[in-house]
Design a protein around this ligand. Structure first.
Ligand code: HEC
Length: 453
């Protein structure tokens, strides 16, 4: 080989290497790599009538927002999943891999190539109405709720009364938002009234804006939660359903979960959150109820740490202006438990959240880490398999709050003292909660997969 042909072959090799190299994005196209990533991870929320502010379906929808998509995926702002997937994996995790994020960036930097337009995969099809099948019963807000077009987030409490002919057992309640654009989250408990203790469950006021009530008991009174005597309360079953955009309720394997629904009752929606709207609009969300064949064998139980919980917040939850403060709550388990689902809860000053358990032998069991708290995405995180925490272990939860002007969600400018106040659930007051859904442990629990079949 003479010197010239050596130079030529060197250049040929260089060209081949650079074409195949990760630096050259021409091989990344919409039809081949990008459409599948977006369809799998984004379109469930970014389509007409869903919560995402625009659709991500057509090439034009997606390519025209290339730079924004690169930004929101690199910063991990989207898909919304505050939990650190490197610490603990949960069911139905909404997380892009590093490779997927890099592909989106390469594609955008290379000018958003379409590729072979005949090979674009078809966008996903989502079932209309129920995600779970045909419900046995549908319960609706008693009244249409009027959402004011004042451009502000709204937080409500609501009672959704129902009456059924006989007591029954149910497996799941699915929230079907009427106003999908605005309904951002719902957490519901079930109220079971003794037959003779409340004559008419449909009577009275059923809704109140959380900003209008100074504390929990007054809020309960305002929406007529109590029995007719005004002082005694119906049985409350915790967390019977929760809603966030893009989330279907967990259905635990046969024999796990489920609860009783008595003839006269109500869903008690605490924490209804509507996003801001500039125009007056309405919502009348409904609930699909699925009956069970028999009584639940292992009904789930729940406890919470911190605010209203089994263990206090230390120090007391008082956050002076211009400070960043850390609070903890610790609870020593009296029995062996199997954890199914967890929910960290803070309001606007939340900065980070971390929970783990330490056994008597000193082993650490990771539960969840949220490095950057986002009050809009308060998921109920379900583990892929139940997590056994043995008797005597201590569950630690750690919440950091940012009450400085650098926190863009700070409700006050300039910052003011913010605290947990007399049971107030107002967003401008703070809460620190770690809610745990569990079963008393049975051997083999940690092997049972909770993932949907
Ligand atoms: C679970 C529902 C959901 C999923 C999944 C989701 N989004 Fe979003 N997205 C939203 C909502 C809701 C907003 C409005 C902002 C908010 O509420 O956080 C939003 C906002 C955005 C914005 C606007 C940000 C801004 O500040 O203007 C972009 C861009 C975006 N999403 C891209 C994506 C991409 C890309 C994916 C997939 C990788 C994705 N989203 C997945 C619900 C979702």
């Amino acid at each position: 080989m003479n010197i010239n042909s050596r130079i030529v072959s060197f250049f040929i090799i260089c060209i081949i290497v650079s074409c195949g190299s990760e630096k050259n994005p021409e091989w990344v196209t919409f039809s081949k790599q990008i459409a599948p990533i977006i369809y799998k991870n984004c379109t469930s929320c970014h389509r007409p009538g869903e919560s995402g502010p625009f659709s991500l379906i057509s090439y034009k929808d997606i390519a025209s927002r290339g730079k924004l998509l690169k930004f929101v995926t690199q910063s991990r702002f989207m898909p919304p999943w505050p939990a650190d997937a490197e610490y603990v994996h949960f069911m139905d995790e909404k997380v892009l891999s590093k490779d997927e994020i890099d592909l989106i960036a390469l594609w955008v930097d290379g000018g958003c190539a379409l590729g072979d337009s005949t090979k674009i995969p078809s966008p996903p099809v989502f079932p209309k109405g129920s995600q779970l099948g045909k419900p046995d019963l549908v319960i609706k807000f008693r009244d249409v709720y009027k959402i004011k077009g004042n451009g502000e987030d709204q937080f409500l409490l609501m009672r959704v009364p129902y009456e059924i002919p006989i007591d029954t057992f149910i497996t799941t309640i699915e929230v079907v938002p009427d106003n999908r654009k605005l309904l951002h989250h719902v957490n519901a408990q079930l109220l079971s009234y003794d037959f003779d203790k409340k004559k008419d469950v449909f009577k009275g006021n059923v809704v109140i804006n959380l900003e209008d009530v100074p504390d929990k008991m007054q809020a309960y009174e305002a929406i007529g939660l109590a029995n007719d005597d005004g002082v005694s309360f119906p049985t409350m079953t915790q967390s019977v359903t929760n809603y966030l955009p893009g989330v279907t309720p967990p259905i635990y394997p046969d024999g796990i979960g489920g609860f009783k629904m008595v003839r006269k009752g109500a869903l008690f929606l605490k924490d209804i959150h509507y996003g801001p709207s500039r125009v007056d609009t309405t919502d009348q969300t409904s609930f699909n109820v699925f009956f069970a064949k028999c009584a639940p064998k292992r009904p789930t139980q729940e406890f919470q740490m911190g605010t209203f919980g089994v263990s206090p917040t230390v120090p007391r939850l008082i956050i002076p202006p211009d400070t960043i403060m850390t609070f903890t709550s610790e609870y020593k388990l009296p029995i062996d438990i199997s954890i199914l689902t967890i929910n960290p809860h803070m309001h606007l000053l939340g900065k980070s959240f971390w929970a783990y358990a330490v056994t008597l032998q000193g082993d650490t069991i990771p539960l969840i880490k949220i490095k950057k708290w986002d009050f809009r995405w308060q998921y109920f995180y379900t583990f892929k398999k139940m997590i056994k925490i043995p008797k005597g272990a201590t569950i630690h939860s750690v919440g950091v709050y940012d009450n400085t002007r650098h926190n863009p969600n700070n409700p006050f400018s300039p910052p003011r003292l913010v605290a947990e106040r007399g049971g107030s659930m107002r967003t401008s007051d703070e809460m620190f909660q770690f809610i745990i859904t569990y079963l008393p442990y049975e051997s083999g629990d940690e092997l049972i997969s909770l993932e949907k079949k």
